[in-house]
Design a protein around this ligand. Structure first.
Ligand SMILES: CC(C)(COP(=O)(O)OP(=O)(O)OC[C@H]1O[C@@H](n2cnc3c(N)ncnc32)[C@H](O)[C@@H]1OP(=O)(O)O)[C@@H](O)C(=O)NCCC(=O)NCCS
Length: 240
């Protein structure tokens, strides 16, 4: 379907159900989940293990073919943690897997299929044993992780830096650079004279944003009729 044929009230109820699902099933899976979460298709988002915190205004997008998985599997029941800051974007297929500690700053953007891990999970010479090395990952504010990029154990990425699509980050990355390739190396420095707008700026007033988008939905969907929406689901045509 190319157009959203849902009547406004159908979409509104869908959004209510989505918000309820997030609060009912995903919030209890976290030690802390901040206000104004936007979890899209939250039934395709899995959060498991102890000590997981996610800040306010998080946008997390689940898709059936590419679920988001955020999980802590520490060496014992209570160890390991994931702390995710405010205003982050987590796209479909992203996996964040912590054995020790993964700390992600504010306004960090993760594109589709990003993988962040702080462990190799198996010992190199005894693969029946779990790796016990303590190798935390720290990703500073406003980092952008490109499509299908990977951040491996022990890495710190500095503020504002960009990890290019498909890059594999094995070593620390300084602030304000672009890294690319496997293993990722610095390919560019960001211009520090240019002002940087972040997701924190976008979410400055989340209540106002919600009202704005509700107004847009009201305007765009107000003409949609229930029976025509049903028809478009059962028998779509190329005007749909
Ligand atoms: C990281 C990125 C944003 C940088 O864009 P940019 O600032 O315009 O960078 P440039 O195109 O000038 O590239 C700089 C150098 O890095 C190389 N490079 C860029 N992306 C690369 C990649 N993914 N893998 C390997 N090399 C890459 C370029 O070939 C260029 O090399 P050169 O200087 O030898 O010519 C962009 O390359 C990228 O990966 N985009 C995908 C972003 C994404 O995943 N979006 C999904 C939605 S969130």
């Amino acid at each position: 379907m190319r157009k959203d044929r849902r009547p406004y009230w159908v979409k509104k109820n869908y959004l209510r159900f989505r918000a309820w699902y997030t609060q009912h099933f995903l919030k209890p899976a976290c030690d802390y989940l901040g206000d104004y979460p936007t979890f899209m298709k939250p039934w395709y988002i899995s959060i498991s293990g102890p000590n997981i915190e996610i800040g306010r205004c998080a946008t997390v997008i689940g898709e059936p073919e590419s679920r988001v998985k955020i999980g802590v599997w520490g060496l014992d029941e209570e160890s390991g943690r994931i702390k995710i800051g405010d205003y982050v974007l987590i796209s479909p297929g992203t996996r964040i897997s912590a054995a020790n500690e993964i700390v992600i700053g504010d306004s960090v953007m993760m594109a589709n299929g990003v993988y962040i891990t702080d462990s190799d999970w198996h010992e190199v010479y005894d693969r029946s044993r779990r790796s016990e090395a303590v190798t935390p990952v720290h990703i500073a504010d406003n980092v952008w992780l490109g499509d299908h990029s990977t951040v491996l154990k022990g890495v710190t990425i500095g503020e504002n830096s960009i990890v290019a699509a498909c890059a594999v980050v094995t070593k620390d990355v300084p602030a304000n650079v672009v890294v690319a390739g496997n293993p990722a190396v610095v390919v560019k420095k960001l211009d520090s004279d240019k002002p940087m707008k972040t997701r924190a700026d976008y979410f400055k007033n989340p209540e106002e944003l919600e009202i704005f988008f509700d107004g847009v939905d009201k305007m765009v969907l107000s003409e949609n009729r229930f029976l025509n929406w049903c028809r478009a689901i059962i028998k779509p045509n190329n005007c749909d």
